[in-house]
Design a protein around this ligand. Structure first.
Ligand SMILES: C[S@@+](CC[C@H](N)C(=O)[O-])C[C@H]1O[C@@H](n2cnc3c(N)ncnc32)[C@H](O)[C@@H]1O
Length: 259
């Protein structure tokens, strides 16, 4: 699939690459410092999950109860499954007495003996209730703006839309963006959080590359909604109100809470 959805392989932006499994994503640290209860024991949807790094960290390093990652590019979902298999193979699951230990088995153990848990595996099941189906991370490929049988109302405590909205906006235009925000709102539980890593209007121009997405040139002229000035009002219309914001990293991170 051409990289005109922002579907860069092993997207890393300003952070370490997904393969650097020992380095945690700074955006997640900032969110956990801003809203301490945001991830632990929560059900989380990661829209535009790319190669799965953030989704997997949420489950293994930030103790989410269950994480679903969705990406429009099926090749990235295959990569995400492999990364999950790698990280799950290096961890010991929780027991009724002990928490999980991530990065317990060295990388060399996986290289020598192979994955303990294969890509596309079913979750780990053991006799211990605490470790049943751990880690609960699932991936699927879809254009999340479009209706699908994976849609679920009031399902998630947290939805992440990190560096993805520009691509959705350019592909689906203003009407599609409005649909996207409405779907985010209906998919969240009451009191749940939508996290947006903001891509500025200036950056939309950079998405237009002749070889990849020449049609974005025309789309750009039609768009009336702007990240900096329209999103807060649009989200408020769907019951999502800005409750926290961080400018600690180059891209602003906004958190909206469902009333
Ligand atoms: C720039 S990357 C950001 C990756 C990740 N969220 C992060 O910040 O590390 C944007 C991702 O969104 C995905 N994407 C774009 N449009 C999408 C859509 N409509 N539905 C699902 N995923 C989408 C792309 O394939 C790509 O992997």
């Amino acid at each position: 699939m051409a990289a005109h959805f922002g579907n860069y392989v092993d997207y890393s932006g300003a952070k370490p690459p997904a393969s650097a499994t020992h380095v945690r994503d700074p955006r997640l640290h900032i969110l956990a410092a801003t809203i301490p209860e945001i991830f632990a024991n929560k059900h989380i949807l990661d829209i535009g999950c790319n190669a799965g790094s953030v989704s997997i960290q949420l489950a293994l390093d930030f103790h989410a109860a269950a994480v679903t990652g969705v990406d429009i590019d099926p090749k990235l979902i295959v990569q995400a499954e492999k990364l999950l298999a790698l990280r799950a193979s290096r961890a010991t699951p929780p027991t009724s007495c002990d928490p999980p230990v991530v990065d317990y088995f060295p990388m060399s153990a996986v290289l020598t003996h192979g994955y303990r848990i294969e890509p596309h595996r079913k979750p780990v099941h053991t006799s211990s209730a605490a470790s049943a189906a751990w880690p609960r991370v699932t991936f699927f490929s879809a254009d999340w703006v479009l209706p699908s049988d994976q849609d679920a109302t009031d399902s998630y405590h947290v939805i992440l839309a990190l560096s993805v909205i520009k691509w959705i906006h350019l592909e689906h235009r203003d009407a599609g963006l409005t649909t996207f925000f409405a779907k985010c709102s209906s998919s969240l539980k009451p009191g749940g959080y939508l996290v947006i890593e903001l891509q500025t209007w200036d950056s939309y121009q950079k998405a237009i590359r002749p070889n990849h997405a020449p049609h974005f040139q025309e789309t750009l002229k039609e768009l009336r909604l702007r990240p900096e000035t329209s999103f807060d009002t649009l989200l408020a219309n769907h019951g999502l109100h800005l409750c926290a914001s961080s400018d600690a990293l180059p891209r602003r991170i906004n958190v909206y809470q469902k009333a």
